[in-house]
Design a protein around this ligand. Structure first.
Ligand code: ZN
Length: 373
């Protein structure tokens, strides 16, 4: 298989790894950032350094009052309980915006260099919950929205895909009336943060039909195969109505079984790699963002498996291992495979029930003509 590293770039930043070491970020970022940084280095992906001149773009989405409050680091109604400001928060959130915008600009540069479908990855990006004047879900500035706005200077039509365990509410809200950005979010639904993302949320005004939600009942734990049965027809339909010039994908490593916050579905990293492989097959410029994930080794493995899927043009084998040159290899032992492996088997009866559930979700989500699998 031909490796395709030449049109694939990863934005990596030691500064972000360092600014993630604040105590307030321990749970969400610190170890995951460190492991991901060293794994991507060991995989020899093309690395791009962060540009740090995108700050003016923040005000195109977030309100002036909100930006001021974030800079002042004072708790107020803009900050929900899980996302209080802390010393250095603005600098940290701004660097994430810089990373996503650097990756967006690399896509534009890649097309200018003559590559029809370049791919860029920025794993710390994907803070999809932040609203114009609201921080919640560990998201303070919405780098996804700001990155999409940047991409639209060159690529008019955008397809945004989000498979993070949680609904991509901030991105949805930003483009709810906008037919040029089609959003599709697969997420756990029910008693799960941010408690939005029903299939009845379909966009408004000229944007009606350009918002697709695929709510997965929080009691249903899909396997890799079942996630594929669910995601492929939806993505096919999304491409049809979006007719995109560029695709932005927030991955979400919190889908993996055993995530300490979400418990995940019954999936491994392979479920997400299948989505990446499908997106690659559509031949459009593709921006990959990491999104959430709270088990550091799973987060890093997801980043590595996604990067390898892009580099190889195929999902890595189940027995592929982490590179021996990764200086953090010991942190993964004894599980040195690239993919996460853990799944549970609850028997044929439950599997059949889940496949029926997938069919039911597809019936709710897609028009009949799009459901032919
Ligand atoms: Zn999440």
């Amino acid at each position: 298989m031909q490796e395709r590293k030449s049109d694939f770039w990863c934005v990596v930043s030691k500064r972000i790894v360092e600014s993630s070491s604040s105590e307030a970020l321990t749970f969400i970022h610190t170890d995951a950032s460190r492991l991901t940084y060293s794994l991507l280095r060991a995989l020899h992906v093309n690395r791009v350094k962060l540009n740090t001149f995108y700050e003016p773009l923040i005000a195109n989405f977030h309100t002036e009052e909100y930006i001021r409050a974030l800079k002042e680091e004072k708790p107020c109604t803009f900050f929900r309980e899980d996302s209080q400001p802390f010393p250095g928060i603005y600098e940290y959130a701004r660097l994430i915006v810089d990373g996503t915008c650097t990756a967006a600009d690399m896509l534009i540069d890649g097309v200018d260099m003559g590559y029809p479908a370049p791919v860029t990855l920025f794993w710390q990006g994907g803070r999809h919950h932040a609203h114009a004047d609201l921080a919640h879900g560990y998201c303070w500035l919405n780098d996804v929205v700001i990155g999409i706005n940047r991409l639209q200077e060159r690529f008019p039509r955008v397809l945004y895909v989000d498979t993070d365990f949680h609904h991509g509410d901030g991105v949805q809200a930003a483009f709810y009336n906008d037919p040029t950005v089609t959003t599709v979010s697969f997420h756990a639904f029910g008693d799960v943060f941010p408690f939005s993302g029903s299939e009845t949320e379909r966009g408004e005004g000229p944007g009606l039909g350009h918002c697709i939600n695929v709510p997965i009942p929080s009691t249903v734990r899909l396997s890799d195969r079942e996630f594929e049965l669910l995601s492929m027809p939806v993505l096919e339909y999304a491409f049809e109505i979006a007719n995109p010039d560029v695709v932005v994908y927030t991955v979400g490593a919190d889908t993996v079984l055993g995530d300490p916050l979400t418990r995940g579905y019954n999936t491994t990293t392979r479920a997400i790699c299948n989505v990446v492989q499908y997106l690659l097959s559509r031949g459009k410029p593709l921006l990959l963002l990491g999104g959430g994930g709270y088990e550091p080794t799973s987060v890093a493995k997801m980043a590595g498996a996604v990067a390898e899927t892009v580099s190889l043009g195929m999902v890595p084998d189940n027995d592929a291992t982490l590179p021996v040159t990764d200086r953090n290899l010991d942190k993964y032992r004894p599980h040195v495979q690239l993919h996460t492996q853990r799944v549970y088997d609850d028997g044929e009866g439950y599997r059949n029930k889940r496949v029926k559930k997938v069919e039911e979700i597809l019936r709710q989500t897609l028009p009949e003509k799009a459901r032919k699998m």
